[in-house]
Design a protein around this ligand. Structure first.
Ligand code: NI
Length: 192
């Protein structure tokens, strides 16, 4: 297994649609295992093949309380319901988080690593991660789902917001909702 380079926004491959996997062979499984290792090393919950430069419909997900990573081939959302606002980040946009709109639950279908057809309902973090990763396969980013009037904000390595008052060490900083506006996010990503 090997750690792959994770492409960062605004790399053009992240805006391309991945192709359907026609054969689950050794090469594909090697890629899947590399992606699991890369995701774990980066401390992520999920990774899509586009993010390591492979336009194939393959995602891996590691829910923190689960021991094993999930590998899904040709995943698709069959149904979704409800709406919620959740905090989210992306390994292709390190150091940032944002509030985004997601479904409350989804039903998805995919092949697993043994080529078995999986169909299941998901909610909470798994639903959020599946929506995020399947979006990647379609060239869609979490920044396309920003809650109205919200912007991505910088976070430290523990995911804590780096707001100005916090940095200044003032009391009550935790209650501050002031967010830093990233300067290196292209305007087209902010408004899409
Ligand atoms: Ni992502």
């Amino acid at each position: 297994m090997a750690i792959r380079e994770i492409l960062a926004i605004p790399h053009p491959i992240l805006r391309q649609r991945a192709r359907k996997v026609r054969r689950v062979d050794k090469r594909l499984l090697r890629l899947a295992h590399d992606m699991v290792e890369t995701m774990r090393e980066a401390g992520g919950v999920g990774l899509a093949a586009n993010q390591v430069g492979e336009l194939r419909r393959l995602v891996v997900i590691q829910i923190p309380e689960e021991e094993e990573a999930r590998i899904y081939i040709n995943p698709e959302i069959l149904k979704r319901g409800g709406e919620r606002e959740v905090e989210e980040g992306c390994l292709s946009h390190a150091g940032y988080r944002a509030m985004v709109n997601r479904s409350e639950w989804i039903r998805f279908g995919a092949l697993d690593h043994t080529e078995k057809v999986v169909k299941m309902k998901a909610e909470d973090l798994l639903a959020q991660a599946m929506e995020h990763e399947i979006d990647h396969l379609n060239g869609i980013l979490y920044l396309d789902h920003l809650v109205e009037h919200s912007k991505p904000y910088r976070v430290d390595e523990n995911g804590e917001p780096l707001d100005q008052e916090h940095e200044a060490g003032e009391e009550g900083a935790a209650a501050s909702s002031e967010l830093l506006v990233p300067e290196d996010v292209p305007a087209s990503l902010k408004i899409r």
